[in-house]
Design a protein. Structure first.
Length: 300
């Protein structure tokens, strides 16, 4: 994997955002990562894109090498940094690519700077009605009548959150290597060398509880998702959206992507990656590249 220099920019939000930059093309692509990751995970895609495009990939607040000076409570909070990053660098005619949590972030950003965005690519993205989490019953099965969305619920979650927080505290690579193998990399696993890079980036995360609160409360529609009635901001979007999703995604089930397509309507194109999981960047990097580039080239 090619390694790109980490640069920094101080934003009006009070955060110092780390980012990677490549290419000299006339068209610009901004890559926004998801939970348990950073811009480091986009480096293989950057290496392909830089031949024809100007490419940026940033670390959101509390991830990777970026600062975490204010508590994040919502996906829109994350997007404020992305929006300020775009404005500070005066990026225009942007193609936004958001992976997982980053998908929700780029949707929010596109609402706030509509004149700077040309198209959105949602890569294994959280749904437009958020990421549903439920309390477990006595047999450890989700109780669909009891959604989890409060900060204290996540802070007291002894099944998944507390063990992960303990692993972060102890910088336990083996814990996250196992978790990733069962969830993110359930189809194709990265090489040992790449895996070490990704784990090093993952272990820098400082906002696990906050991300979960943001994801479960996220709802850009006007239809209640079991947690809230939504903001309706989805209907302020005017740009085309391409949904790229694996049908074997163990993190964000494809049903959530299909639900997003239903709410977005005709402006959204859905591309299903058969037998692929949550990390399309490792499952089929070349196809991800082709699906993105072909939809940019067609606009020339």
């Amino acid at each position: 994997m090619k390694q790109y220099e980490v640069k920094y920019i101080e934003l009006k939000t009070g955060e110092k955002i780390a980012y990677r930059e490549a290419g000299k093309g006339k068209q610009t692509i901004l890559l926004v990562h998801g939970n348990m990751s950073s811009s480091a995970h986009f480096q293989p895609l950057m290496e392909l894109l830089e031949r024809y495009f100007k490419v940026y990939a940033l670390d959101m607040a509390g991830f990777g090498d970026s600062s975490y000076n204010r508590q994040i409570d919502s996906i829109h909070d994350f997007s404020e940094d992305v929006t300020e990053f775009i404005v500070a660098l005066n990026l225009k005619d942007l193609y936004l690519v958001g992976w997982s949590t980053g998908g929700g972030v780029v949707l929010e950003t596109a609402v706030d700077v509509p004149d700077r965005v040309k198209k959105i690519f949602l890569l294994s993205s959280v749904g437009v009605q958020g990421y549903p989490v439920f309390k477990l019953d006595s047999s450890l099965k989700p109780d669909l009548s009891k959604p989890v969305y409060l900060r204290e619920d996540f802070e007291n979650d002894a099944i998944s959150i507390k063990p992960a927080l303990f692993a972060f505290k102890n910088q336990d690579r083996d814990f996250f290597r196992l978790v990733n193998a069962r969830t993110i990399y359930n189809i194709v696993k990265p090489s040992d060398e790449d895996s070490d890079v990704y784990l090093e980036a993952l272990l820098k995360q400082r906002n696990l509880v906050d991300v979960n609160v943001a994801l479960t409360n996220f709802n850009m529609t006007t239809t209640n998702n079991g947690v809230n009635s939504g903001t309706g901001r989805l209907y302020q979007l005017r740009v085309p959206i391409v949904i790229l999703h694996g049908d074997h995604d163990q993190v964000v089930p494809i049903e959530l992507a299909m639900n997003s397509k239903k709410f977005i309507g005709e402006r959204a194109e859905m591309v299903v990656f058969e037998n692929m999981g949550h990390s399309l960047l490792t499952d089929d990097l070349d196809r991800v590249y082709v699906e993105i580039v072909s939809r940019i080239e067609n606009e020339k």
